[in-house]
Write a protein that binds this ligand. Structure first.
Ligand SMILES: Cc1ncc(COP(=O)(O)O)c(C=O)c1O
Length: 362
């Protein structure tokens, strides 16, 4: 396999830290792009997963198992959707959402947002905005339309009785950590209801991190379909599509989707998050970054974007050299998606050092 350029080689992780091949330690403020919510090698999670490996890994989607019941029980403490479809990645959760919306409404038009990112399979990619991700893969799936994010008037004009669904991220992740405005989200909810269309919230990145299970809860809005992934299994590849729509058995599915090991990963992650109040606490951990090169800090809870005056790439490298792992979201934004177990004090120390690094670089 070819490596494009020399990149940091990580060999192990523990809690909020990871180590490279030379034994250097880094504070992991990106957590596999928002995945390791319980940090690395969480002892309880590791134990439960190891026990599950010895018991049963894959049962086949046509069988019932206790692990699914346990996962559904844990999930019921957070959300009250009737059905959950389980996939293996965020893009599959979105793909399912799009299919369910078309099936339920008998319509095909999907309205997405400028700067949206929904994944890389063809349906999700058709809802994704950036040319960089789309180019070369055409023709993409027909029926997708993009409207300017946070533009109420554009939404009013675009959403009609032809619309099957509107898909949006409550906080755009790859687009630069840009929160949706309250009036915009409420308008999307009202308009979709008025015309018999469905509202899909892509919470793959924003789920768990903002102080609520779903970021849409901050808006007092209940989407018809929710896509979740990333941290929901604390690193085991698993995703969820939540809905009240009844999809006939056999109409959609996946060989690995909802296997006992995946269900164990979700059930264990949710149990620990609930017991340790990690989701609520995340809402109190947002930090504001300041400095000459910082325009502002955006986001909510532990979904943080530092908007810079200059391209963020060099800063990310410099921070890595100083022992902090972050990445970019868009050209001028440094993104932080730390494990939810991070202590406020650790984050505060990191803030001071990061501000120092940002001000050091010309
Ligand atoms: C909002 C959002 N939706 C969907 C995806 C796709 O998830 P995955 O990479 O697991 O397919 C991502 C990934 O970054 C995302 O941020």
């Amino acid at each position: 396999m070819l490596l494009y350029r020399k990149r940091l080689r990580l060999v192990r992780g523990e809690g909020v830290y990871v180590w490279d091949e030379r034994g250097r330690r880094y504070l992991d403020l990106i957590a596999g792009i928002g995945v390791n919510v319980l940090g690395h090698a969480h002892p309880e999670w590791v134990l439960e997963m190891s026990r599950q490996l010895e018991k049963i890994v894959v049962a086949g989607p046509m069988f019932e198992h206790d692990e699914r019941d346990e996962m559904l029980e844990e999930l019921s403490h957070w959300v009250d959707y009737e059905y959950v479809y389980m996939g293996n990645s965020g893009t599959e959760a979105v793909e399912a959402a799009i299919k369910f919306a078309r099936l339920a409404t008998g319509r095909s038009e999907i309205i997405a947002m400028t700067n949206a990112f929904h994944g890389r399979t063809l349906g999700s990619l058709s809802a994704t905005w950036k040319k960089k991700y789309r180019e070369g893969f055409g023709p993409l799936v027909p029926g997708f339309k993009h409207i300017p994010f946070n533009n109420v008037e554009a939404a009013k004009e675009a959403i009609t009785r032809e619309t099957a669904a509107v898909i949006f991220e409550p906080i755009q992740g790859e687009g630069g950590i840009v929160p949706a405005e309250e009036e915009f989200v409420k308008t999307l909810r009202d308009l979709t209801e008025d015309v018999g269309a469905l509202l899909i919230a892509d919470e793959v990145q924003s789920g768990l991190r903002t102080g609520k299970f779903l970021a849409t809860e901050h808006y007092g809005v209940r989407p018809d379909i929710v896509a979740m992934g990333k941290g929901i299994g604390n690193g085991f590849p698993v995703s969820l599509t939540l809905t009240d729509l009844e999809i006939p058995r056999g109409k959609h599915g996946s060989t690995f989707g909802g296997n006992p090991l995946a269900c164990r990963a979700v059930a264990t992650t949710l149990r620990i998050l609930r017991r340790d109040r990690l989701v609520e606490k995340a809402g109190e951990k947002f930090v504001e970054f300041k400095g000459e090169r910082v325009v502002k800090t955006r986001g909510r809870g532990l979904m943080i974007g530092i908007v810079l005056r200059r391209p963020a790439g060099n800063y990310v490298k410099a921070l890595q050299e100083r022992g902090f792992l972050v990445n970019t979201a868009g050209n001028r934004v440094i993104r932080l998606l730390p494990p939810l177990i991070i202590e406020g004090g650790t984050l505060e120390e990191a803030r001071k050092e990061i501000e120092g690094v940002l001000n050091d670089i010309i």
